[in-house]
Write a protein that binds this ligand. Structure first.
Ligand code: BGC
Length: 503
């Protein structure tokens, strides 16, 4: 089972309890938040390549795309600031919302944040589905962004707190699994709606369905025991803990939660805390892991695969179909990580994934360079197109068992309780900031860097793989509170904490 590093509780003990159906159903409903996030990640690319959508909202892009006069290079067909803003505005809104969400999650509870997230998603999806003008489209998109901010902030916390310690890691990766399923479902829906006159309305509006499920579900969900204790509802906290563990005697775990809460309350300035030298490793990983995760270039594929495939000469259907294939590979490869992360460890997944991504990016960049060159005029034969698709799939698979799930798992497991909230907020904010940045600049980067874009990301993959090799100690099966030992015996990090006594 994944998550060995999280198997022990906050104080290293093991607590009794079963994996109850109640906790699994509860976590499934909560993980809907991941599905919604994934749906938004996956739906946009297909929609922005649908002609009726472009004609209605982005006629300039449509004209540019149809312009065969040769003024525009193939690489620049889709480069339009408004179109990019449509994609990227969501992540900027999510970044802003994640700060508000952390306060809501702390003061009103996890379930309140999830409910709010679901509601934002619902209204956003409806506004988008019924959009009559660009304003409705962008406002809907911003609301979806608030939904992502609220859900990404609260769902992982909710899952970790509800889960029995021994499957906490697996449930943590369950969030990423739901993200990938959301992306795949979105790709499939786009594939079906692509040739319908108002297919884009269906694609955008259907997001309302899981949003309703999350809203209704989270309305009936119980809050986590930790959150209830935090808000002074101690009795209710104990009752829910008994229910989720399926046993009456939860005293030891309950006491542990009360102690942890008392400890956490002593920290008045979590933000100032995390900047102290002894937390340098945590601050580094919580900022650099999400930064590097985005600089793998994965969202170029997730957002723009259909546009990219179209640019490279795949037909309408073929490009969406290819996006469905990459979406399927993304889901399947995530299982590899779930089943190996606690046996093989984090480092090996990061290193293998990095090497594989690097090879694939160089291969894709080279193929495009040879066929399309500087001018962007060219085309692939069927065989070449299939080879290109193979490399893109191998790249997505490598991401899906390395930087995808580990990008969320590692920052959450390296932080001790007193800096966990600040660390997690940093992780979400940096992730959203660079998701936004990549979404915003990709089309114009493709236009200017051309095939060099793939070498640009390959360069970053090389840097991040070296970074992991040098700086990330293995954290598999290390209880969270023992993490100080790991830093202490690391050649680089030991100088920051060598004089700090371990807890
Ligand atoms: C990343 C997303 C990405 C997704 C792909 C997530 O871990 O945060 O940006 O689109 O993986 O599966």
């Amino acid at each position: 089972m994944a998550g060995g590093a999280l198997v022990s509780s906050g104080n290293g003990k093991q607590f009794e309890g079963k994996v109850t159906a109640f906790v699994l159903v509860t976590c499934f409903v909560a993980a809907m938040g991941g599905l919604l996030f994934g749906y938004d990640l996956g739906i946009t690319g297909g929609v922005t390549s649908m002609e009726p959508f472009l004609i209605k909202f982005f006629p300039g892009v449509y004209k540019q795309m149809k312009d065969e006069s040769g003024h525009e290079s193939q690489y620049c067909k889709f480069d339009n600031e408004l179109l990019t803003l449509f994609t990227s505005s969501l992540y900027l809104a999510a970044l802003v919302a994640s700060f508000f969400a952390s306060t809501t999650t702390r003061m009103l509870g996890r379930k309140a944040s999830m409910f709010a997230g679901g509601l934002f998603f619902l209204v956003g999806a409806l506004l988008n589905g019924f959009a009559a003008n660009i304003e409705m489209l962008i406002i809907g998109r911003l609301l979806l962004g608030f939904g992502v901010g609220y859900c990404n902030q609260s769902v992982p916390v909710y899952l970790s707190e509800m889960a029995p310690a021994k499957i906490r890691g697996a449930l943590n990766m369950g969030f990423q699994m739901m993200i990938t399923i959301g992306i795949l479902v979105a790709n499939l829906i786009n594939y079906k709606t692509a040739n319908l006159e108002s297919g884009w309305r269906i694609s955008l509006g259907i997001g309302a369905v899981p949003a309703v499920m999350l809203c209704v579900g989270s309305f009936f969900l119980g809050d986590t025991p930790n959150s209830l204790i935090e808000r002074g509802q101690t009795e209710a906290a104990k009752t829910i803990l008994q229910k989720i563990r399926g046993i009456d005697n939860v005293d030891e775990e309950f006491q542990d939660m009360i102690d942890a809460c008392e400890e956490a309350k002593k920290v008045e300035h979590p933000w100032r805390n995390i900047t102290q030298p002894k937390y340098r490793p945590q601050l580094t990983f919580c900022s650099l892991i999400p930064f590097f995760q985005q600089l793998t270039g994965i969202n170029v594929i997730m957002f723009y695969a259909p546009v990219l495939f179209k640019t490279l000469g795949f037909g309408n259907d073929a490009s969406l179909m290819s996006a469905v294939i990459t979406g399927g590979v993304n889901v399947l490869a995530t299982f590899v990580s779930i089943f190996t992360v606690d046996k093989a460890g984090r480092r090996i997944l990061f290193l293998e994934g990095g090497a594989q991504m690097l090879i694939c990016q160089i291969a894709v960049g080279s193929m495009i360079a040879i066929k399309f060159g500087e001018s962007g005029d060219g085309s692939f034969t069927k065989g070449e197109a299939n080879l290109l698709l193979f490399f893109i799939c191998a790249y997505v698979a490598a991401f899906a068992w390395s930087w995808g799930p580990l990008g969320w798992l590692v920052p959450s497991e390296v932080c001790s309780l007193e800096v966990r909230s600040a660390g997690q907020a940093t992780n979400v904010a940096v992730n959203m900031l660079f998701t936004f940045a990549i979404a915003q600049v990709f089309l114009s980067m493709l236009c200017h860097l051309k095939f060099g874009l793939f070498f640009f990301f390959a360069g970053f993959v090389l840097i991040m793989t070296i970074f992991i090799a040098l700086f990330l100690p293995e954290t598999k099966n290390v209880p969270i509170e023992e993490m100080n030992q790991v830093w202490k015996s690391h050649w680089f990090w030991k100088k920051f904490i060598s004089d700090v006594p371990t807890v």
